[in-house]
Structure formats: structure tokens, C-alpha cells
Design a protein around this ligand. Structure first.
Ligand code: KPL
Length: 293
């Protein structure tokens, strides 16, 4: 198949490398204006990818969008004229809230959302390390998307495990819950994920997960506050040495994904008349830092 990877950061480079190794044609669309980009994964030989070719983009059967959520709308608007009307769009990023604008831009394309737990790290712009095996869950947003379940087999062949989700919103909300708990706190205190295991953060983490569970339930998503809290503890432990993506964004003065994580929670809470004061306070604290730059 012809794949285009839009936003080849760590996760996008990982997929590009595994997809080409599985025999697919893969091109990149990056803000880097060079016509070729080389990616070396782990100890494998470096591979050269075409970058920024509109003709190749137009031939893509699958457009895998691995941009960060805040960049999705703007970049997709700029490439929309080059995307085939039958191309499958697959968005894979932290947070929620980009599907609606994407559907408006591409009303006739199959649209899928994905969440992944693979660990990837880019020590330089030409290298990617696959730092942790994970799984990828994908599911449909629109009617045409429901006919794309076959993609699970294609992707699974390249980078397992991939599973189809009939309720992708459940999987996305579960991830948002984890990100609401870990990302803003690690970003504000500039700490590794593991430091959130300290007693000092317990009651704040309890309140965050209780608020998230209430909003999820109001959305008709399965959620139990105690279960979410345990999952958050498990992720804190499993990723103890990592810096969260938001910690890194704040440390490097890059706009974070807060609007698509805690911001999405707050917006959804409002539609149900639910108060989420602890999450609101964290949201404003991150926004204040971003506005101070
Ligand atoms: O998804 C993550 C992130 O950093 O954005 C977690 C799960 C918190 C791992 O660091």
C-alpha cells in the first residue's frame, strides 16, 4: 500500500520505518523542507524517504497523521487539496478533539483514530529508538471508516500489536484520563513520571481521576474512579524514568497539548454541567506558563 506519514516525529518515524520494512511504499510530509529524509531505527540501516512531494501524497492510500494535536487542523488544511478523496485518514496523537475539524475538512474520506502505547525516542532528527513495545488501538469515526477494519491486519504485520476498537472513544478517554493525571503535574513541577508516586501528590491525583471518571460516565464511557486511579499508578510505575511529553514541551518552551487533554476534559465537563476544579486549576497553571514566554 502507499502510506504518507504526516508529522514524522518519534512515533511517525517509528511507523515509517516499520511500514517500509513490511514492503509498503512510504513517503513523509514534514515541516523540514528537504526533499529526502533519512531515518535510522535502532541498529537497522538508515532508510531514505521522499519528503514533501505532493504527487506522492496524492497517491497515498493511507495518510497516517502523527502530528501533535495542536498542529493537526492547520497542517491538514494546508495539504487537503493533495489528498485523494478515497484515502484513509488515520490520526494518532495524545489527547482528543481533532476529529470534528478533520471530518469537516474531509467529509468524504474514511476517518480513523488511534492511540498507541509504543515508546519511541528521537535522539537526533535522523534517528529513532523503539524504547518500549506497546499496542495500538484503532477505530472508526465515520461510516466509511467502519469499512477499514482490514487495516488492522496490514498495520499488525508491520508493527504489532494492533487491535480494532468498535468504541474507539473508550480507548481515547482511558488515555486522556492517564494524561490528565500525569502530564500537567510533571510539567508544572518539571519532574519525571515516577516522582508522582510520592505521598505528596496522592490527594491531587485522587481528585483528578475522580473528576475525570465523572465526566467519562456522563459521556457514556465506562469508567470507575478507583480503577482509573490504579491504572494511573501502574503507568507512573511503568514509565517512572520518563519525562512526560508535556514536561518536555514546557521544558523546551513549546506549546503543549493541554487544550486537547485537560482542556478537552473541561469542555466536555461543561456540556454536562460538571465541575472539575482540580483539573481547571492545572489547566490554568499550564496556560499561564505558556503565556509567559
Ligand atoms: O503519554 C504519556 C505522555 O508522556 O504523553 C505518558 C503515558 C504519560 C507517558 O509519559
Amino acid at each position: 500500500m502507499n502510506f504518507a506519514i504526516v508529522g514524522p516525529g518519534a512515533i511517525g518515524s517509528l511507523w515509517a520505518s516499520y511500514l517500509i520494512q513490511a514492503g509498503h511504499h512510504v513517503c513523509l510530509w514534514s515541516r523540514n523542507s528537504s526533499p529526502h529524509i533519512s531515518i535510522q531505527r535502532d541498529e537497522c540501516p538508515a532508510i531514505q524517504f521522499h519528503n514533501g512531494h505532493t504527487e506522492q501524497l496524492a497517491q497515498a492510500d493511507v495518510v497516517l497523521v502523527t502530528l501533535k494535536a495542536p498542529q493537526v487542523q492547520h497542517v491538514l488544511e494546508s495539504i487537503a487539496p493533495h489528498i485523494d478523496k478515497d484515502a484513509i485518514l488515520l490520526l494518532m496523537h495524545n489527547g482528543m478533539g481533532t476529529a470534528k475539524a478533520t471530518q469537516t475538512l474531509f467529509p468524504n474520506n474514511p476517518l480513523l483514530l488511534a492511540t498507541t502505547t509504543h515508546g519511541a525516542y528521537r535522539p537526533s532528527s535522523t534517528q529513532v529508538l523503539h524504547t518500549g513495545q506497546g499496542q495500538t488501538l484503532i477505530g472508526a469515526v465515520n461510516q466509511k471508516g467502519t469499512q477499514c477494519e482490514f487495516l488492522v491486519e496490514v498495520l499488525n504485520h508491520a508493527l504489532p500489536q494492533v487491535h480494532w476498537q468498535h468504541q474507539i472513544n473508550q480507548a481515547l478517554w482511558n488515555k486522556v484520563a492517564i494524561n490528565c493525571a500525569i502530564n500537567p503535574l510533571t510539567a508544572l513541577h518539571q519532574i519525571r513520571n515516577g516522582e508522582l508516586a510520592a505521598v505528596h501528590y496522592r490527594s491531587q491525583l485522587d481528585s483528578i481521576t475522580t473528576e475525570v471518571a465523572l465526566v467519562m460516565q456522563a459521556e457514556g464511557i465506562d469508567a470507575d474512579a478507583q480503577h482509573l486511579r490504579k491504572t494511573v499508578n501502574d503507568v507512573i510505575e511503568a514509565t517512572a524514568n520518563n519525562y512526560s511529553s508535556m514536561e518536555q514541551d514546557i521544558a523546551h518552551q513549546r506549546p503543549s497539548e493541554i487544550d486537547f487533554i485537560t482542556g478537552h476534559l473541561i469542555k466536555t465537563a461543561r456540556t454536562h454541567g460538571i465541575d472539575v476544579p482540580v483539573n481547571e486549576q492545572l489547566y490554568h497553571a499550564i496556560k499561564q506558563i505558556e503565556q509567559s514566554w
